[in-house]
Design a protein around this ligand. Structure first.
Ligand code: AVJ
Length: 328
């Protein structure tokens, strides 16, 4: 074996038992095979996603940023005065900056992101531009966030969930998340949520099949990450990026398709692939303004305003009064 040789190199420690290993084994032994999209975002994946957001074909980031810039004051006017702004899945904080720049009513900013490296790097730049803002970054999977930093205990809250990340959830999980965010943010909270809209399938198709192949790299990086962190022996060249619009379920699906019959070793397990068999790596649900409002309404939030350019939408939701007593 090559153990003796690899020991001489400086290799990152392998994580063969944590939650990542457990989720990968569970997903690859399931039928059909799947992997959770949250694992796209290691340092390499986050950098690739950043590149996706600049692609001509990938309209969501551009549309959302334009909406946030154009309507920043109107959106921020919905926030309770003196509030803490909690951002779920903040990535680079680029979007929060446009809101923060348009209002003096946000006192504290709590970016929550699974990719700690990216988060801290970006949070370090914020004080320069917003010297009076208190910043409390939290490096965690935002779906697992059980409590907010003690420092903001006395402040009213606004939530911010941009990027249509909510589209990664199954609709029933999205409802559960909205409810969870409501109890976390508390009575009187306002929630600004960015949601990609259902539209002509060819526009959606191109957004996930860019000519440069950046989305393919982003998808395939998941296998490289599993190799790097779990010591697996995926041959990424033996898998292909597949992305298509499933109109019936109103979602983009991304898969990694095995180009041949093959076996892969991961953490002592052997995973077999048939030729053409896929790993389902992501769903990106698309909503109409009405279908998202109905989802929010059924999850403890009252839709109060919406901004849209026809491609993308930003919703302002207010925690429904009836839910406050039920939740707490
Ligand atoms: C970050 C989940 C909103 O679904 O459009 C982009 C991720 N995947 N290209 C999306 C993604 C492929 C993105 N979200």
């Amino acid at each position: 074996m090559s153990r003796a040789r690899t020991a001489l190199r400086v290799a990152p420690p392998l994580e063969t038992s944590g939650p990542f290993a457990a989720d990968v084994i569970a997903g690859l032994t399931a039928k059909p095979k799947r992997l959770p999209p949250k694992y796209f975002y290691d340092a390499a994946g986050s950098a690739l996603f950043e590149r996706i957001t600049h692609l001509d074909e990938y309209y969501p980031t551009r549309s959302e940023l334009a909406l946030l810039t154009e309507h920043a004051s109107a959106i921020a006017a919905q926030f309770p005065p003196g509030c803490a702004l909690v951002e779920f899945g903040s990535g680079s904080s680029r979007k929060a900056r446009s809101l923060l720049g348009a209002t003096a009513s946000v006192q504290a900013y709590v970016p929550v992101d699974i990719c700690g490296e990216f988060l801290l790097q970006d949070a370090a730049q914020l004080p320069r531009d917003f010297p009076h803002l208190a910043i409390y970054p939290v490096a965690t999977d935002f779906t697992q966030l059980a409590e907010l930093p003690a420092e903001i205990a006395s402040l009213p809250r606004a939530g911010f969930f941009p990027g249509s990340t909510i589209g990664n959830f199954e609709p029933h999980e999205a409802a559960r998340f909205l409810r969870h965010a409501g109890s976390l943010l508390g009575a009187g909270a306002v929630f600004a949520v960015g949601v990609d809209l259902a539209k002509a399938p060819d526009i959606l198709y191109r957004a996930y099949n860019d000519a440069e192949g950046v989305t393919a790299k982003f998808n395939l990086n998941l296998l490289a990450r599993i190799n790097r962190e779990l010591g697996a022996d995926f041959d990424p060249a033996a898998f292909e990026h597949h992305a298509f619009y499933n109109a019936q379920r109103s979602r983009i699906e991304m898969h990694l398709a095995s180009t041949r019959r093959q076996k892969v070793r991961i953490c002592g397990a052997t995973i077999e692939f048939r030729a053409g068999e896929t790993i389902h790596t992501e769903n990106s649900y698309k909503y109409t303004i009405e279908s998202f409002r109905a989802l929010a309404h059924g999850s403890g939030w009252s839709p109060v305003a919406v901004w849209s350019d026809g491609l993308f939408s930003v919703h302002a939701l207010r925690r429904s009064d009836a839910e406050q007593t039920a939740d707490e």
